[in-house]
Design a binder for this molecule. Sequence first.
Ligand SMILES: Cc1ncc(C[n+]2csc(CCOP(=O)(O)OP(=O)(O)O)c2C)c(N)n1
Length: 664
Amino acid sequence: MSRYLEMVDAPLHVKKLTLTQLHEFAAEIRRELITVLAKNGGHLGPNLGVVELTLALHYVFNTPKDKFIWDVSHQIYVHKLLTGRKDRFHTIRSTGGLSGFAMRSESEHDCYGAAHAGTALSAALGIAAARDQRGSDENVVAIIGDAALTNGISFEAMNNIAQTTKKFIAILNDNEWSIAKNVGAISGYLNKLITHPSYNKLAKDFERFVRRLPKGELALKLAHKAEEGFKGALTEVGLEPSRSTMESDGRGGYGNSLIFEEMGIRYLGPIDGHDLPLLISTLEFAKACDHPIVIHVLTKKGKGFEAALKNPEKFHGLGPYDVATGATAPTKPGTPPNWQDVFGNAMVKLCQKDNTIVGITAAMPTGTSLKILEKAMPNRYYDVGIAEEHAVLFACGMATMGYHPVCAIYSTFLQRAYDCIVHDAALQDLPVIFCMDRAGLSPQDGPTHHGLFDISYVRSVPNCIAMAPKDEDELVDMMFTATHEKHPAFIRYPRGPAEGVPIKEQPKLLEVGKAEIIQSFSSAGSRKIALFPLGNMMSLGRKVAAQLAAEGCDVAIINPRFVKPIDAGTTEFFGRTADIVVTLEDHVLQGGYGSAVLELFNDKRVTTPVIMVGWPDQFIEHATSVDDLRKKYGLTVENTVSRVKAELAEIAAPAERRSGLVVA
Ligand SMILES: Cc1ncc(C[n+]2csc(CCOP(=O)(O)OP(=O)(O)O)c2C)c(N)n1
């Protein structure tokens, strides 16, 4: 650990440092980030970009009393280093270690947890409203990225800020990037602000003004003048926006039409987000303002690491890399293609054959691999920004015009669009296709990112078809099938390498609601076990089958394919012929595939015991790997086999003991 990192362990210590020391400290923090993340992976670029901003925030404000609400909170690593967590920083995103996001349970300095975009302004406003209700005086600061600002909820919050509170600080951390380059009109608007000469002049004037005042004097002056302070300060340096200096540019206008000002939020900026004294003075200024204020801060994603500066998208979030060059390990030869790439390539093929198919992403072109379609057929590709609800409604609109839109959205982010799924896609029975990426675990990210609820939330909605492929060839078949359907269709698949099976040249139409029997009972073995491994649980299912067979069981394997409609005939048949049924799913057990089987058995009066393997009714933490979590929660071959054996023993026990009449 370096000099200042060794000494600074709390925000209080940051305030003791001189400017020169803060600059040295910033460099040390960057070295720490680059070194630790080279091993653990993580959100390097965003954190390198906010080093000075985070130092300035802790220099000016006092957490935990003052509240910092970070949007997404993937840029919170520096804050963690400054708030008593530096000794555990090397554990970030690993089993038992620090989370990569803000967590209320991790530190009193994390007042609000997050990892989905667009929540900060609303949550911060709620905190400010509670403060006003109880009459306390905490400062509330929301830190939000330029891409998160494009999110609908952010605008819902902005619409509500001025009427709710007088003291509210938003920091707009503008680095021009989402994960990929930020898209849409808001991003264009921010870009106009950055480059507009009038605003740059205002920002420069303001900068001169705050730099002139000795530390503390500005805050004092403004505190006394309260609401008048801001206006006074502006007038003093000619900053008062007026029609004469801020004429409309004919494309929506500036000056008095500045979007934030129109919403009753003072706008200050754009200012250099790496200029520590300027940041400190500006935050002091904001602290003294008795009016909601947004400070537009310009930062460089990846600052201080050449490779990250050159490739902001890759270094937004990545796995381990070479600390000197930033190079990531090449994929091992023979590794199967990622599910995502299979999806992206299949999209191109499907689009080439069918003019009604289009692809839609909500700011995840690389994560979902829909960028493959963008490259091949840009006119069939839409990136709507971080706007999952809009993505689904947009798709619904297209579907009413005869199109087959494919929404490639992570299972966890699709949760946000649930009402659009129910009220728009399902109720109107529109043929929108949902490719639910990251269905299963996102181990290093943790509970905010695991995709473990989609079966439950889709299965309860009429008209929906829900499926899960056992391998990449079946994924393409399912996509092909979905494009021939007249109903909303959902396909779930996990992150990372698929199974390594060849993909047919021509995909085949699957019969909707029909399972695939991989292996039937053979009449060998005395005890019959029917395994129903859903989707990517097939490989685990096969291993369980092999071990049970080795122990003398007669094992059938059924690939369910469809969770909704479930294959009632096949499931009932195996339910009646087996001694034990085992369902395996990479999903929470409540309302999942196993639940669907139980509901069916209840309907049909099938009484065969069902062992359900899946995730329990709790939020699953982050960990280094999927294996770590599967081991901990018993989604393993060993645990499944031992549960089957225990159940077999139970079945074999005398009836009185089973009914609890005899205590063993
Ligand atoms: C609802 C939702 N959709 C998608 C994502 C994936 N995501 C994580 S960070 C990010 C980009 C955030 O960009 P910005 O807010 O500008 O912050 P920066 O990383 O540039 O600092 C996206 C799209 C998410 N976290 N939440």
